[in-house]
Ligand binder design. Structure first.
Ligand code: ZN
Ligand code: ZN
Length: 200
């Protein structure tokens, strides 16, 4: 598996390129689209899907540019579909930075699977930070967006966030994964499920 992280996107978000055998997905394009295209090219990967962990601007700021440059399909959970197209809903911090994207090509649901470059990607619905928040599991890795960070969890004071729902998502959907599963969060450094469980 080829895994590239492009850190320091909008509000310090991480964008990930995950692929193999010439194909890849981009998770959370919140950084300059040129950096994504370059990283894909360097690894001889063509981008098939853009998967958005949730509809906040720091995770989707360059969706349209990446879509235009690659022809990739855009995927988001059904509960966050409106956040993609309505700038007032994806303007996470109320700073007037929201962007209007076109509609998603496909809406995601809990348990959906995609195969790209021979890698099986599983969608895990983890609402709480955002109603349509998802984590994406691939092999022994999980991309957690703003649901779970190294030594922290996502904030729940935005729009449709809810603390109890977030705790429940983390306990029942993430802490049931193997302790050795490596967590790649939407902001900050990687960690593991085991380390986060111990510190919870
Ligand atoms: Zn967020
Ligand atoms: Zn974020």
């Amino acid at each position: 598996m080829i895994l590239e992280c492009i850190p320091y996107g909008l509000f310090g978000s991480n964008c990930y390129i995950v692929g193999d055998k010439g194909e890849a997905v981009v998770i959370d394009p919140g950084c300059d689209s040129d950096n994504i295209i370059e990283a894909a090219k360097k690894n001889n990967l063509s981008i098939k899907y853009i998967i958005i962990t949730h509809g906040h601007i720091d995770h989707l700021a360059s969706v349209e540019e990446v879509r235009k440059k690659t022809g990739a399909e855009v995927l988001i959970h059904e509960n966050d579909a409106d956040k993609l197209t309505d700038p007032s809903l994806n303007d996470a911090l109320g700073m007037g930075l929201g962007v209007a994207c076109k509609k998603a090509d496909r809406l995601l649901h809990d348990g959906d699977r995609l195969t790209v470059g021979g890698i099986d990607f599983e969608i895990i619905h983890t609402p709480g930070h955002s109603a349509g928040g998802i984590c994406i599991k691939a092999e022994n890795k999980v991309f957690t967006g703003d649901t779970l960070f190294k030594m922290g969890i996502g904030r729940t004071d935005l729009l449709d966030g809810d603390m109890e729902t977030l705790f429940n998502s983390i306990r029942t959907k993430l802490f049931t994964l193997d302790d050795g599963t490596v967590v790649y969060p939407g902001h900050g450094e990687p960690t593991t499920i085991g380390a986060e469980k111990r510190g919870f």
